[in-house]
Design a protein around this ligand. Structure first.
Ligand SMILES: C[S@@+](CC[C@H](N)C(=O)[O-])C[C@H]1O[C@@H](n2cnc3c(N)ncnc32)[C@H](O)[C@@H]1O
Length: 280
């Protein structure tokens, strides 16, 4: 017989030995998934005995995690803005920074109740779907170049009952976009191509298309900033997530003839991570 705490401790030890980041967090998250409880429950009720079948499942998932697979890929879901999203190896696993992108972008909107919203580079659809919940009367377009990513995004919208309000479009950035919007948001690929090989094995398992921002890292961002004025209503907002060292260069892409002065936003770790700008 083994308790929750003993199981988590054992898992944590093995994950640490394998140099897996946030070993304890992952040990707790695996236990939470297996027991279908919250992480708080896992720490509060660590003395409870674990059924043998749950212990077996814990060990199976741990085995996969020790091979370097992201937990979200093993269990097939992750949490974003308080909702559960399906993920697959064809989409980026939604990150906490992107929750902050949404939170800060909403504060920067000049059109406070946007009627039409475009999420470019939608991946799992986490941003588009969260915005559909935040703005009940808005029509949302969710666009990605990847058909596989759009299938995951549609499934997530169906699971969360907002599919009717979101139009999914396969498009190379704005190529197939027709309307104008009050709000365009994007977490595009922004890692310089040559840096990708140096990332952790877990991140390298995510789709290259979701990471690769070209030689400078800014190639996709540059295209978005250049074309966005044609797709934004006057006073409409563009909100972008960017790489940790790209703020100064990203801000320079906004031409004063089209844009009011862009504002840089920092994430919770103090990193300049977002740019917000209003179309003139
Ligand atoms: C960093 S991921 C962001 C996914 C999701 N929005 C999120 O925040 O978790 C970038 C996404 O951009 C998509 N993408 C890459 N190049 C693109 C392009 N030229 N046009 C449209 N989407 C593109 C990728 O398929 C990927 O889903």
């Amino acid at each position: 017989m083994i308790t929750i705490r003993q199981l988590v401790e054992e898992g944590t030890k093995q994950l640490k030995a394998a140099n897996i980041d946030e070993a304890q967090t992952h040990g707790e998250l695996i236990a939470a998934f297996v027991l279908n409880k919250s992480r708080t429950y896992i720490t509060a009720f660590g003395g409870n005995i674990v059924f043998e079948k749950d212990e077996r499942l814990f060990r199976q998932i741990l085995e996969e995690k020790l091979k370097g697979r992201p937990l979200a890929h093993i269990i097939g879901t992750t949490e974003f803005y308080g909702r559960i999203f399906n993920v697959s190896p064809t989409v980026l696993i939604p990150r906490p920074e992107t929750e902050e992108l949404i939170e800060q972008a909403v504060k920067h909107l000049t059109i406070k109740q946007p009627q039409n919203i475009l999420d470019l580079c939608t991946g799992s659809g986490c941003v588009a779907i969260t915005l559909a919940f935040l703005f009940h009367s808005a029509a949302v377009v969710s666009a990605d170049i990847s058909k596989e990513a759009l299938a995951v995004a549609l499934k997530n919208a169906q699971n969360l009952n907002v599919a009717k309000r979101i139009n999914f479009v396969q498009s190379d950035l704005f190529e197939k976009i027709e309307n104008r919007f009050d709000f365009i948001v994007s977490n595009p690929p922004y890692i310089p191509s040559e840096v990708i090989a140096t990332l952790s094995p877990e991140v390298r398992r995510e789709p290259k298309l979701a990471l690769d921002g070209g030689a400078t890292g800014l190639e996709v961002i540059e295209r978005i900033v250049k074309d966005a004025p044609k797709y934004l209503n006057p006073r409409g907002t563009l909100a972008l997530e960017i790489g940790y060292d790209q703020a100064a260069k990203a801000v320079k892409l906004f031409k004063p003839r089209n844009w009011h002065k862009p504002v840089i936003g920092k994430d919770i770790s103090g990193v300049e991570r977002f740019v917000f700008a209003q179309r003139k």
